[in-house]
Ligand binder design. Structure first.
Ligand code: SF4
Length: 332
């Protein structure tokens, strides 16, 4: 039987981040994706790292032209557009592209202060990677979290080393678990989100289930699920053209995502269900990635047909010592 949690969900199948924002901020709240960073450890080639194979030249930015605009212009233009379209009044500024902890603290503070100077901005969301978090970043996040909403979104992509090596992420799963534990321990007022990419070669159902369980055990605050898609001029395009990668079909991606959601705690909000290419002309494959609403609807329809929902197979565990004691191994 479905839990009481779903009483406040817009869709009976899952707890969306929109539901969470509505509960937290009292009304629908939208993210404004902005670009302030233009670099990351991978692109810099630190420690022999390489560019992640899925990443295009814009570092996963939502809008290419944002790089030519000041932060104020990005915020004001997006707010004006979305505000009119959806009658939106409240926003979070999402520092999305590249690695937003890979620049000086002084500069970051200027950007955060500018974003928060707008009365309609209710908080900030900072995208980064698990191996790029300094003590100075942690201290700054805590300071801002005393006065506003702060969320950090980590590109974990997978807890497993084989997919991470395939993606050329330059960090392993243990590093992600270490970063999650650190943020959860040291930043109690900061929401921690983690991003996954599903669809790497060799991914097993058991790994998907265990990934959801780890999110529960580590008490992450929200998750985002992407499908691995091929963009032009990326490392993955080369592998794809050489026959070394076959994107998963929509039905298979939906099955994986549903399996993940069934094992995920019903108290963890979920961002979008699947990735869409921000720039359609860049998308090489799979073609179904062009249809954002169709991906989401396919997943919801399949869940409805199977009478399933987020958390249906979730088992609350008396585990939480594991979060706070790094000597306790969280087995993969
Ligand atoms: S995904 Fe992030 S870390 Fe990887 S190359 Fe792109 S910007 Fe850099």
């Amino acid at each position: 039987m479905q839990t009481d949690f779903s009483a406040n969900w817009a869709e009976p199948q899952y707890f969306s981040i929109g539901d969470y924002y509505r509960q937290r901020f009292g009304e629908k709240t939208y993210k404004i994706p902005v670009s302030i960073a233009d670099d990351c450890p991978n692109r810099r080639g630190l420690n022999q790292m390489e560019t992640c194979i899925f990443c295009d030249e814009y570092g996963s930015a939502a809008n290419v032209d944002s790089f030519e605009k000041s932060l104020s212009e990005q915020i004001e233009e997006y707010k004006s557009h979305i505000g009119k379209k959806y009658n939106a009044r409240q926003f979070l500024v999402y520092f999305q592209s590249y690695t937003n902890t890979f620049m000086g603290i002084k500069k970051l503070r200027e950007f955060f202060d500018l974003a928060l100077s707008y009365p309609f901005v209710k908080g900030i969301v900072i995208g980064t990677r698990p191996d790029c978090i300094s003590k100075a970043n942690i201290d700054m996040w805590n300071e801002y979290a005393e006065k506003t909403y702060v969320s950090v979104e980590l590109g974990v992509q997978s807890f497993y080393d084989e997919p991470l090596e395939f993606l050329k992420r330059g960090h392993n799963g243990a590093k992600s678990i270490q970063a999650i534990r650190r943020i959860k321990n040291d930043c109690p007022k900061v929401d921690l989100g983690i991003h996954f990419i599903f669809g790497c070669p060799g991914e097993s159902s058991q790994q998907i289930i265990r990934s959801a369980e780890l999110c529960n055990e580590l008490q992450v605050d929200n998750v985002k699920v992407h499908n691995l898609h091929v963009l032009r001029n990326t490392g993955l395009e080369k592998i794809y053209q050489e026959g070394g990668f076959k994107p998963i079909e929509l039905e298979e991606f939906a099955e994986i995502t549903i399996l993940f959601l069934e094992h995920l705690s019903p108290e963890i909000p979920v961002h979008r269900l699947g990735a869409v290419a921000s720039r359609w002309e860049e998308l090489i494959a799979p073609d179904w990635t062009r249809r954002k609403m169709h991906i989401r609807q396919t997943i919801l329809d399949m869940m409805k047909q199977s009478s399933t929902y987020q958390g249906r197979l979730y088992k609350a565990q008396p585990q939480l010592l594991a979060l706070h004691n790094p000597r306790i191994n969280l087995s993969l």
